[in-house]
Structure formats: structure tokens, C-alpha cells
Design a protein around this ligand. Structure first.
Ligand code: HEM
Ligand SMILES: [Cu+2]
Length: 554
């Protein structure tokens, strides 16, 4: 601790006079990246809660075969809304919130490049989601054609249909503004001395994510606009009767959709690559190869989309191309997993809660990666397609993947945000219960799927009952234990249970990076003048052996 860099001391106190406004107007009018980060995270966790409740409705219905709680139409509304809320309302805003908080502090600038756009990008979202979730109370109910919105089925949506399309447009605008803001900030506002290949990996992964967003959100906007005109303006983009082709929708949707799944996971790679070195007390193994691996994954994500539609009857050459292109992704992914493991090799490891979630990510995301590889094998996918095997696969990469990484990041940085430490015992309890329940929820679904249980069905054959009982018990358990996390984090925010502020700048002794050179809690304005970057912060991210750590360990 004696080696702290106090570059911030020169200017941290100059600006205390323009702190935040008071009351609700602070949050409505704010252009401050930390405030907006908080708002985004608050929205994300609210949406996780709502989307989680929807998944419990689904799991309750699937506890036993037969219909017990909801009718099939409402069941389909729940699966569709659950997915839209979780993806666009939960994971994506959580990433933007973490980028808001951390990117300026990691690259040593005072705020995002376009602060008013930042405010606007956030405040679009409550309107988008009120509109989307509001359709549940409309005549005819919410959209029920699946989050993939395939025609012709989705065109049977009732009054909710234009609200769905408009909500998707609003989410898209918000994502694009957020992505432009992050990319412009990273490219233009880094502190002197921070060349691209010295940036923290969370910054790198977010930069690449921003490019993916800018590339594919307009594609989604185009696809849903064509749906809108097909329904209301007599076009037939996707209708065979008018000369169109419903399979074309699937091509356009998945040209968006596959990069989208990397949008959901790349920032997670960045967080795990930040946390593992901290708690292994070693520099990240293979920094450059990490950057190139993420860039390769992003590139490949544009040429694999049709692995979602092997069963539509593509030419054999197409099936082979998409099969092999998909399998190629395993190469850079393997590089990343290797690097994470090599970082821990002979490290001086401790297992605080952020590290536990990061380690679980490495294990469990890899399980999701393997089942993905299985699905990539074209002939095999003919059996797995639209079964619970797929549901198990994508939930492994999304929940113990993306969601665990978000939890890891929040545990890791909340002491910096609030100046208060979370309760480690409860953090560990939260971790272990979450890890057990999430596997109980999703592991049995592999077997249900292989045995032939379809996805998106409210009822099923009686031989699948055991797996579904386990899955439902797991889902309820997982949901309940998240309250441990919520209370633990709110206690940091509000100082409950007598939690005092007064943490050192460098909360974790093995942590490196500019965010650990500012006070905890981070002042409202940080780095109004670019910091002088000490070698320790940059070399730890990248270059040479970090002498400081060796010194501390001895
Ligand atoms: C523990 C938390 C979760 C549980 C218990 C859960 C449960 C479920 C269930 C039961 C289904 C319906 C499967 C079917 O009938 O075909 C489903 C579908 C889905 N979930 Fe989740 N889920 C969880 C978290 C998430 C998260 C965090 C995401 C995204 C970030 C997500 C994305 C999806 C998607 C994309 C679908 C497919 C919807 C469709 O078929 O159109 N889930 N989930
Ligand atoms: Cu894909």
C-alpha cells in the first residue's frame, strides 16, 4: 500500500464546488458518466428482476407435464418477453453502465466524449421498456412469436406488434449512441502514454463491442422495419405469395443475431481478464494474443450466422462453410481460456468473491462453448435444433457467462464506486449458492434436449419430468439467492449495517490500472487533467515483470 500513486491529489479537490445537483433532477439531467453508469446499472438489475420473474412463470409451468398455471398463448408471451427483456434490458445496459463507470477512469479522461448524447441514450430506454412490457396489458397480449421474431408467425401478433417494432428501434438507437460514444472516447481521449496496445482489456473488448454494435444494430432495425411494412403497408419482403422469402428474414436476423451474442459476451472477456490477474497477483498472460483473439472472434462473428438455420434446407456447400467457419471460433476462444489458465499458473491466488465469479466464468462459459461446438456440426444440429439442448447451451454462455461476469465486475468495482467494502462472507455465500443452482437449472436441460424435448413448449412428454423438476427447483433457488447480492450491494451504496467509508485507493492489493489511483469512493469528477501514468499502472497491464508485486509477496 505504501507505493500508491497520488497523481490525483493535484486536482481532485479543485472542483468540489460543482458536484451533483440535488434530488431527482440530478438523475434526469445528468451528463456525468458515473451517474449515467449508475442509472444504466439500476435499469439493468431492474430488468434482470422482471425478466427473471418471467422465467419463473415459465419454469413453474414446466415443473410438471400438462398445463397447470398459464395457457399456452401466455406461455409464449413469457418466453418472448423474457428473452427480449434479459438481452436488451439486462445484459446490454449492464455493459453500457460498466463502460460508463470504468472506461473514462481506465483511460484517464474526465468523461465520455459526448455527455449529452449519453444522457439521451440512457433515457430512451425506460420509454422503450415501458412500451414493450406495457404490451402485456393490451388486448391480445404481448408479442409471443419468440425473440427472433420470425415471419410469418410474428405477423400474427395483435395490437402489440407496432409497439414491439418501435421498442426495438428505440433500443437500437440507444445502443448505437452508446457505442459511438464509447468508441469516440477510447479513440480520442486516452491519457498521454496510453497507446492502443497498453489499454486495459476491458477497454479493448468494449471498443470491439462498440464496432459490432454500430455494424449490426442497423441491420436489426432494417429487418424489423421490413416486418412492419409487410404487416401494414402491403409489401412482401418475407411473403412467398408476393414474391418474397420468409427464409430471407432469418438470414438478415442472424446476420445481426450472431454478432449480437458476441456483443453480450466480449465485455465479459474483458472483465475476467482484469480480475484474474488481480487475484492471481500476476500480469495477464499473453496480453497481445488476447487482443488479437477478441478481434478475430469479432471478425468471425460476421461469417457464421447461418449456423442458426441449418435446418431450413441450405445448399450443402453453404452448410459446410458455416459449419467450418463456426468451428474456427474455437481457436481464438481456446487462446483466451489458455491465457486465463496460464495467468493463474504459479500465481499467488486468493479467492475473493469477484475472483470466484471470474473462475466460474472460465469453467462454465467453456461448457457453453463446447455445447456450441456440438451444435455447429451440421448433421448433428438436425437432431439438436429447437430442443432444450439449445436452451441449455445459450443459457450457459449467458448466465454463468455474461451475468456472472457482470456480477464479478460489480463486486470488483463497488468498493471503488461507493468507498465501502461488501460483506465477503455473504459474497461467498451468494457465489456458491448461485453456482450450484445455476448448474441445477441448466445442466439437466442438456439431457432433456438430447432425449428430444422441444423448446418453446408449455407441455411435454412424461419421460422428461425429472429433468424439468430439477431445472425448476434450480431456477427458483437461483432467483431467491440473488437477493443476497442486492442487499449486499445496496448496503455498500447506502452504508447500511454500519458500513463505513474509508478504503484505500488501491482496494485490491494486486490491482493495477488508473482507476485504482483515484480515491475510493471515486470523486464525482476524475482526471479533469490527464494523469501522469506511472510505469506501474501500464507495465502491469502490459510489458515487463511487475517488480512491485514480487516485492509485496516476499
Ligand atoms: C437464471 C436465469 C434464467 C432462467 C431460469 C431462464 C429460463 C428460461 C426459460 C425457461 C426459457 C424458455 C425456454 C423455452 O421454453 O424454450 C428461456 C428462454 C430464453 N432465455 Fe432465459 N433464463 C434465464 C436467464 C436468461 C438470460 C440472462 C438471458 C439473456 C441474457 C436469457 C435469454 C433467453 C433467450 C434468448 C431465450 C429464448 C427465447 C425464445 O425462445 O425466443 N435467459 N429462459
Ligand atoms: Cu450464432
Amino acid at each position: 500500500m505504501a507505493h500508491h500513486d497520488h497523481a490525483h491529489d493535484d486536482h481532485a479537490h479543485d472542483h468540489e464546488h460543482h458536484g451533483p445537483e440535488k434530488g431527482i433532477m440530478r438523475w434526469i439531467k445528468t451528463t456525468n458518466h458515473k451517474d449515467l453508469g449508475t442509472l444504466y446499472l439500476f435499469l439493468a438489475f431492474t430488468m434482470f428482476f422482471i425478466g427473471g420473474l418471467m422465467s419463473l412463470v415459465i419454469r413453474a409451468e414446466l415443473f410438471h407435464p400438462g398445463l397447470q398455471f398459464v395457457d399456452p398463448e401466455f406461455f409464449n408471451q413469457m418466453t418472448t418477453m423474457h428473452a427480449l427483456v434479459m438481452i436488451f434490458g439486462g445484459v446490454m445496459p449492464a455493459w453500457v453502465g460498466l463502460a460508463n463507470w470504468m472506461v473514462p477512469m481506465m483511460i484517464g479522461c474526465s468523461d465520455l466524449a459526448l455527455p449529452r448524447v449519453n444522457n439521451w441514450g440512457f433515457w430512451i430506454l425506460p420509454f422503450a421498456f415501458s412500451m414493450l412490457i406495457g404490451t402485456l396489458f393490451m388486448e391480445g397480449g404481448a408479442p409471443a412469436g419468440g425473440w427472433t421474431m420470425y415471419p410469418p408467425l410474428v405477423l400474427q401478433t395483435g395490437n402489440a406488434f407496432p409497439f414491439l417494432i418501435f421498442a426495438v428501434h428505440l433500443m437500437g438507437i440507444s445502443s448505437i449512441t452508446g457505442a459511438i460514444n464509447v468508441a469516440v472516447t477510447i479513440l480520442n481521449m486516452r491519457a498521454p502514454g496510453m497507446s492502443l496496445l497498453k489499454m486495459p482489456l476491458f477497454v479493448w473488448t468494449w471498443l470491439i463491442t462498440a464496432y459490432l454494435l454500430i455494424a449490426v444494430m442497423p441491420v436489426l432495425a432494417g429487418a424489423v422495419t421490413m416486418l412492419l411494412t409487410d404487416k401494414y403497408f402491403l409489401t412482401s419482403f418475407f411473403s412467398g405469395a408476393g414474391g418474397g422469402d420468409p427464409v430471407m428474414f432469418q438470414h438478415i436476423f442472424w446476420f445481426f443475431g450472431h454478432p449480437e451474442v458476441y456483443i453480450l459476451i466480449l465485455p465479459a472477456f474483458g472483465i475476467v481478464s482484469t480480475i484474474i490477474p488481480t487475484f492471481a497477483r500476476k500480469q495477464l498472460f499473453g496480453y497481445d494474443s488476447m487482443v488479437y483473439a477478441v478481434a478475430s472472434i469479432a471478425f468471425l462473428s460476421f461469417i457464421v450466422w447461418a449456423h442458426h438455420m441449418f435446418t431450413v434446407g441450405m445448399p450443402l456447400a453453404g452448410e459446410l462453410f458455416f459449419m467450418f467457419a463456426t468451428m474456427l471460433i474455437a481457436v481464438p476462444t481456446g487462446v483466451k481460456v489458455f491465457n486465463w489458465v496460464a495467468t493463474m499458473w504459479k500465481g499467488s491466488m486468493t479467492f475473493e468473491t469477484p475472483m470466484l465469479f471470474a473462475l466460474a466464468f472460465v469453467f462454465l462459459f467453456t461448457i457453453g462453448g463446447f455445447s456450441g461446438l456440438m451444435l455447429a456440426i451440421t448433421p448433428v444440429d438436425f437432431q439438436y435444433h429447437d430442443t432444450y439442448f439449445v436452451v441449455a447451451h445459450f443459457h450457459y454462455v449467458l448466465v454463468p457467462g455474461a451475468v456472472f461476469a457482470i456480477l464479478a465486475g460489480v463486486y470488483y468495482w463497488i468498493p471503488k464506486w461507493t468507498g465501502r467494502m461488501y460483506n465477503e462472507t455473504w459474497g461467498k455465500i451468494h457465489f456458491w449458492t448461485s453456482a450450484v443452482f445455476i448448474n441445477l437449472t441448466f445442466f439437466p436441460q442438456h439431457f432433456a434436449g438430447l432425449a428430444g424435448m422441444q423448446r418453446r413448449v408449455p407441455d411435454y412428454a412424461v419421460q422428461f419430468v425429472d429433468w424439468n423438476v430439477q431445472s425448476t427447483v434450480g431456477a427458483f433457488g437461483f432467483f431467491i439467492v440473488q437477493f443476497i447480492f442486492i442487499i449486499n450491494m445496496l448496503a455498500c451504496c447506502y452504508g447500511w449495517f454500519g458500513r463505513k467509508q474509508g478504503l484505500p485507493d488501491r482496494v485490491w492489493d494486486g490491482a493495477h490500472g488508473l482507476e485504482w489511483t483515484v480515491p475510493s469512493p471515486a470523486p464525482y469528477h476524475t482526471f479533469e487533467e490527464p494523469p501522469v501514468i506511472s510505469d506501474n499502472e501500464l507495465t502491469a497491464v502490459h510489458d515487463a515483470v511487475d517488480a512491485l508485486d514480487h516485492h509485496k509477496l516476499s
